[in-house]
Write a protein of this length. Structure first.
Length: 127
C-alpha cells in the first residue's frame, strides 16, 4: 500500500462518524462529538459537519487520485495547525487545559505531525 493512501483512509474512518454525527445529529450529535466543551449552535454545527463531510468526500476521491488530491491534505494540515495554535495553545498557556476537547486536539496533532511526511510536496507546488 502506498503511504499517501493512509491519510485518506484515516480521514474516512475518523470523519464519517464525526462529520455525519455533527451534520445530521442535531444538538445531541454536537454534544457527543464535542463532549460539551463548546456551546452548540445550529450554524456552527452545520458548518463544522459540512466541512468534515467534504473532507470525507475528498478523501474518497483521494483513494483513487491520491497525488492530485494531496493539496486537500495540506489544507487539513493548515487548518488543524491554526486551530491548535490559536485555540489550544493559548488555553494551555493560561492553565485552562480542561476546556480543550482532547480527542479532537489529539487527532489534529496527529494530522499535523504525520501528513507532511507523505504529502508529495513537489507535486503540490507544481514541481
Amino acid at each position: 500500500m502506498k503511504p499517501l493512501l493512509l491519510p485518506y483512509i484515516f480521514n474516512i474512518l475518523v470523519l464519517i462518524p464525526v462529520g455525519l454525527t455533527t451534520l445530521l445529529g442535531g444538538a445531541a450529535g454536537w454534544r457527543r462529538v464535542f463532549q460539551d466543551k463548546f456551546p452548540e449552535s445550529a450554524g456552527i454545527r452545520t458548518i463544522s459537519g459540512s466541512f468534515w463531510t467534504v473532507i470525507v468526500i475528498g478523501s474518497l476521491v483521494g483513494l483513487f487520485h491520491p497525488v492530485s488530491m494531496s493539496p486537500f491534505l495540506l489544507i487539513q494540515v493548515i487548518y488543524n495547525s491554526l486551530w491548535l495554535g490559536v485555540f489550544v495553545v493559548p488555553l494551555l498557556v493560561r492553565g485552562r487545559g480542561g476546556e480543550v476537547n482532547w480527542g479532537i486536539a489529539g487527532t489534529f496533532l496527529f494530522i499535523v505531525l504525520t501528513y507532511p511526511w507523505v504529502i508529495p510536496w513537489g507535486k503540490v507546488f507544481g514541481g
